[in-house]
Design a protein around this ligand. Structure first.
Ligand SMILES: NC(=O)c1ccc[n+]([C@@H]2O[C@H](COP(=O)([O-])OP(=O)(O)OC[C@H]3O[C@@H](n4cnc5c(N)ncnc54)[C@H](OP(=O)(O)O)[C@@H]3O)[C@@H](O)[C@H]2O)c1
Length: 236
């Protein structure tokens, strides 16, 4: 029986997608949730989906000083990091500065948060990576490398930061705001094509990955684990 009552959970990237879905489950089940991201309007909008006890924090995970400033805050029971701003494209299409920004955001952001944000000895850190780590596509070298690095970071930090547990959820293609920059017709075609290839027959929803985050928060015999929530994308 899952019990999140009164746990303090910081969800960085909690204004949207996997982060928001995680915050919603935890909030419904009695946790004290704080959602963090860069955009105050998005945070306010997201808070409308949470109870009155939920808090928000304007935070850019790429800003080391902002993360470092959290080191004197009370220990969180759990910290979930699903924030990422990762331009996509093949190596020949993407310029190097954009590629570096992606790594800064998703990998170095998570690294910095794990270094500075205090977590209770009985608590855990959960990274959100992506199945391209193990199942690259034809234009995914950067995403594959970032996700593989994040999964490896999670495994290694599980040793360095013990007894704090460190785990990773690695989703497949999910219908979230991440894809909002694509024209809607193109996005739907991409989702249809992906769904047809997957054993599960549909693309993921934020809740699919959020349930795995909640499993990892709850299960105190997991550490150094990566849970793939990809509809079978790794084997398709
Ligand atoms: N959707 C997919 O198909 C898919 C597949 C595999 C892996 N993933 C991974 O899953 C994770 C969550 O993605 P999602 O689909 O839930 O995306 P999303 O809906 O776009 O949510 C991203 C969240 O991160 C926040 N964020 C972005 N940059 C930030 C920064 N520098 N500092 C703080 N917050 C920041 C955004 O809020 P603000 O804009 O307000 O900062 C937002 O709350 C990401 O790591 C993504 O790469 C997604």
């Amino acid at each position: 029986m899952l019990d999140f009552m009164n746990l303090s959970v910081l969800v960085i990237g909690g204004s949207s997608g996997v982060g928001l879905a995680t915050a919603q489950i935890l909030d419904r089940m009695g946790a004290n949730v704080t959602i963090a991201s860069r955009n105050l309007d998005k945070l306010h909008e997201a808070k409308r989906l949470l109870s009155d006890t939920a808090q928000h924090l304007e935070l850019d995970i790429t800003d080391t000083a902002q993360i470092q400033a959290l080191q004197d805050s009370p220990c969180w029971d759990h910290v979930v990091i699903s924030a990422a701003d990762t331009p996509m494209g093949g190596i020949m299409a993407l310029n190097v500065d954009d590629a570096r920004h992606a790594m800064d955001s998703k990998f170095w952001g998570a690294y910095t948060a794990a270094k500075y944000i205090p977590v209770s000895a009985k608590g855990s850190i959960i990274f959100v990576a992506g199945y391209l780590s193990v199942r690259p596509g034809k234009a995914s070298a950067l995403q594959s490398a970032i996700n593989a690095a994040l999964e490896a970071l999670g495994r290694a930090l599980a040793l360095e930061l013990a007894p704090v547990r460190v785990n990773t959820v690695s989703p497949g293609l999910m219908d979230t705001k991440l894809w909002d920059s694509l024209p809607s017709q193109k996005r739907l075609e991409m989702f249809d094509m992906a769904a047809n290839k997957l054993p599960i027959g549909r693309v993921g929803l934020p809740n699919d990955a959020a349930k795995a985050v909640c499993f990892l928060i709850d299960n105190d015999y997991t550490t150094g684990s990566t849970v793939y929530v990809d509809g079978g994308g790794r084997i398709a």
